[in-house]
Structure formats: C-alpha cells, structure tokens
Design a protein around this ligand. Structure first.
Ligand SMILES: [Zn+2]
Length: 252
C-alpha cells in the first residue's frame, strides 16, 4: 500500500521533494511506502521527476500509476542505480514542479469554470482532462452563446480577486444524506470513499476530488477560454489554455 501524501492538505500538494521507503519492486518500477507523485487519474496526467538512491545516483520517473492500493513509479536510469534499489532502503523523490504546477493551475481553473457554468445554467461537466497547457471540459449540453463572455469575466475576476481554496473531510454518510452542494460534475463517487475529500473554493464551489489544487484562484494566472465545439453525444467541449504563470505563483 502507498500513502498518497499529497492528499493530506492543500499545502501537501506543494511538496516537491520527499524521502520514502521502497516496499516493492515490480518489473520496471518501484512501489514506495508513501509518495507525493500524482498517479494518472481523473483526467490529470501523472507527475514526472526523479528518485535518488543512496550514493546519489538519480533514476528518472517516467510514469506513475495506481495498481490497487499501491502506486507504481515507472523508472529509467543507469543499470547501476536501478540495481541499488532494494526493498527497505530509503530514496529521495523530486517532482517536476513546472509540470505539476501547470496541472494544478488547470485543475483548479476547471473546478472554478465547472462551478460557474453550473451555477449560471445548471449544466454539469461530464468529464475533464488536462494535457500540456490545455484543459478540456466536456459539458452535458450547450450553453447560450452570450455566456462565454461572462465566463471569461468570471475567470478574470477569480484572478484579480483571489479566492482561497481549502479542503474539508466529510464523513461519507453525512455527504450522502446532505451533500454540501449540488454537484457541478457528473463523475460518480466510488462506493468505498470515506471520508469524502471536498475541495472548497471560497463561496464559489464545493466539489469532491482526489486531485492536486492550488491554494488560491489567484495562482491560476491568465487563461484563454475558447468558444465551445459540439460533441456527437449532444454535449459541447470547452477548452482553455494557460498563459504564463500568474504573479502569485511560487517560484519553480
Ligand atoms: Zn479537483
């Protein structure tokens, strides 16, 4: 089993370097007792980075994925460094922060955008995905064309009047009886999730999520929201692209 250390708080999503213990060595990879590497899931690509073994040799982390309750870090590196990996030793992980921070900006921007679309129209987001500098939201149905300008203004407002992003842990039974809000997304909650990790964008959104998020909407920075395109299932696809990091972004 791997502890997903980045889940514990908003601040833990900003940890870029950590020490962990090797617990298993599946072919081509390693399982650690805990990790700050985000494994592919929820439309967000995995983190990349490196692991350093005792003696200082670095091994590249080329992919990270969940396998049951474990997280497998796929590796590429010098044979000598790979041979040094043994169950029980400690390694130092380092996350490609520029990539991770882009994902956090897009992911938090997506929460915000999905919430504003839902609160203004009742239209929910079926799925979202992030790649490079582009975030894609698939909505269940089209929205009025004039709303696009309003949504652009919403994103601009969240940048110039930053809202805090926090995490609440809500017992599953409580969430099922009294969800804190109508949900802007259509992805269902898996049965075993308890407590429910709810991402709270102050006054704008409450959304269960196991991803990595920014501390503030001000950190999303400038984004370019494109006009929606039709999907064959009757929905629409809305995409935005990141500009350069905002002034409040922590240095890489
Ligand atoms: Zn999220």
């Amino acid at each position: 089993m791997t502890v997903l250390a980045y889940l514990a708080s908003i601040d833990e999503a900003y940890v870029r370097e950590f020490r962990a213990r090797v617990v298993a060595l599946p072919p081509g990879g390693v399982v650690l007792d805990r990790t700050y590497f985000y494994p592919t899931g929820g439309g967000q690509p995995s983190d990349l980075g490196s692991l350093s073994v005792p003696g200082g040799s670095r091994i590249e982390v080329t992919d990270v994925s969940k396998s049951g309750a474990s997280v497998v870090h796929r590796l590429r590196g010098p044979a000598e460094a790979l041979r040094a990996l043994r169950a029980g030793i400690e390694v130092d992980g380092a996350i490609d922060w520029e990539r991770r921070h882009r994902h956090m900006r897009m992911h938090t921007g997506q929460h915000l955008l999905s919430a504003r679309i839902f609160s203004r129209t009742g239209i929910r987001t079926r799925r979202a995905s992030f790649s490079g500098t582009q975030a894609v939201l698939d909505l269940e149905r089209p929205f009025p064309a004039e709303l696009l300008g309003t949504l652009r203004a919403d994103l601009e407002d969240a940048a110039v009047r930053p809202r805090a992003v926090t995490i609440r842990q809500v017992p599953r039974a409580d969430w099922d009886r009294h969800p804190l809000s109508a949900r802007s997304g259509l992805v269902s909650l898996a049965p075993g999730i308890d407590p429910v990790r709810v991402i709270d964008i102050d006054g704008l959104d409450l959304c269960p999520c196991g991803g990595t998020h920014l501390r503030s909407t001000g950190e999303i920075g400038p984004v370019e929201l494109r006009a929606p395109t039709d999907l064959p299932d009757g929905g629409v696809r809305l995409a935005f692209t990141l500009g350069p990091p905002g002034p409040t972004a922590p240095p890489a």
